[in-house]
Design a protein around this ligand. Structure first.
Ligand code: MG
Length: 385
């Protein structure tokens, strides 16, 4: 069932290393469909609904959250996977899981937590996503975590320091050997970048932090702006923007599929291991579109992510996370019971990791409420997130 229409270089459950804890095969699903379904049923997945992508949750209802971002990533990933004969369910699983370890408050939150953890091994949101699916989700009677397939875990771990890779066993090996993950993982990674580049244009315009005038000078946006304006001169701005964005996504995704096809033809991998050992990523855009995509990314970085209004919010939310971290480190009694026990039983570094796991799991609004509770000097809260 799972292998129909798959290219020989696609991930195949029959040749996979499989799961860390062997389980009977699912009756009506492929192994990767089961992974995707476990991710959808996870607590961490539901929390993405109230976690910041770029705009903090309370800034407006229409902005992307980490949940809608992940769904948009999966949409792009699946389209490309099917077009390339790859495993669609695996690609979808990786896309939906890629941000499960993200802290509240987006990158500002991650940087703050990494700073707090600087003497205790640091904090990498990517590694945390793997930690969520490997150990932190407590749902199944027989094992900790979601017990996902090797290829799903391989795809979730996009980056990793050499030091951390050494402790990760099979899934860390490629960072030491400098080999690559399968094509499903490579596609999921690019789908992430394509999704945020485009939806952040939409959200940034909606917030009024970037303007059409600025964007018209961006090659990717500008050429579609001209075409759409010419063809529909009376189109109102919201529809104009959406029409341009859908065309931008179309351009980049089509280019990704076509260039990846060309790369596959050149390298001619026969198996997923050939993909892993090709010495270069096979999924990628053409030079021209990649340059335009990167220019837009750079523009968003300078004018949206580092906009002074964003930086104000960044400073506020970083202060919240840093205050939470030091409060829990000093007074583990403020933690919910199960975290408290683990924190008290551990040495300082171990306690810091427990605190980081707890904070990383928080939604934006929970972190804000928790900060208010602690700074108001209340007693420990019963229950947990
Ligand atoms: Mg992402």
């Amino acid at each position: 069932m799972s292998n129909t229409g798959l290219a020989s270089y696609a991930a195949d459950e029959a040749t996979s290393v499989g799961r860390r804890f062997p389980e009977p095969k699912p009756a009506y699903r492929s192994e990767y469909q089961r992974d995707r379904d476990r991710i959808i049923h996870s607590t961490a997945f539901r929390r993405l609904m109230y976690k910041t992508q770029v705009f903090v949750n309370h800034e407006g209802d229409l902005y992307r959250t980490r949940l809608t971002h992940s769904i948009e990533v999966a949409q792009i990933g699946r389209t490309a996977a099917v077009a390339l004969g790859l495993n669609e369910a695996l690609t979808e699983a990786i896309c939906l899981a890629h941000d499960l370890g993200h802290t509240p408050f987006g990158h500002a939150g991650q940087d703050a937590l990494n700073h707090c953890m600087r003497n205790f091994g640091g904090f990498e949101h990517n590694l945390q996503s793997l930690r969520v699916v490997d150990t932190l989700e407590e749902k199944y009677a027989d094992f900790a975590g979601l017990n996902l397939m090797f290829e799903t875990r391989e795809g979730i771990l996009k980056h990793c320091s050499v030091k951390n890779a050494r402790q990760l066993g099979d899934v860390g090996k490629r960072f030491l050997e400098r080999s690559l993950p399968g094509l499903e993982a490579q596609i999921a990674d690019l789908a992430d970048a394509i999704a945020y580049n485009n939806h952040d244009v939409d959200d940034g315009l909606r917030a009024g932090l970037i303007s059409l005038r600025q964007l018209r000078r961006q090659a990717l946006f500008g050429k579609h702006y001209d075409t759409v304006r010419k063809r529909y001169p009376a189109l109102e701005d919201r529809r104009l923007i959406y029409e341009i964005i859908r065309r931008m996504i179309g351009t980049v995704v089509t280019d990704l599929i076509e260039q990846t096809k060309r790369n596959i033809e050149t390298v001619a991998p026969k198996t997923i291991d050939d993909v892993r050992n090709a010495g270069r990523a096979l999924a990628g855009m053409s030079e021209e579109i990649h340059a335009e995509h990167l220019a837009l990314k750079k523009f968003l970085n300078r004018h949206l992510y580092k906009h002074e209004k964003k930086l104000e919010m960044t400073a506020q939310v970083q202060a919240i996370l840093k205050a939470l971290f030091s409060s829990y480190m000093e007074r583990p009694a403020l933690l919910p019971e199960e975290f408290q026990e683990a924190a008290e039983a551990a040495n300082e570094a171990g306690r810091a990791r427990v605190v980081a796991d707890y904070i990383a799991g928080m939604t934006d609004r929970y972190a804000i409420a928790e900060h208010e509770r602690i700074t108001a000097g209340c007693s420990p809260r019963p229950g947990n997130l």
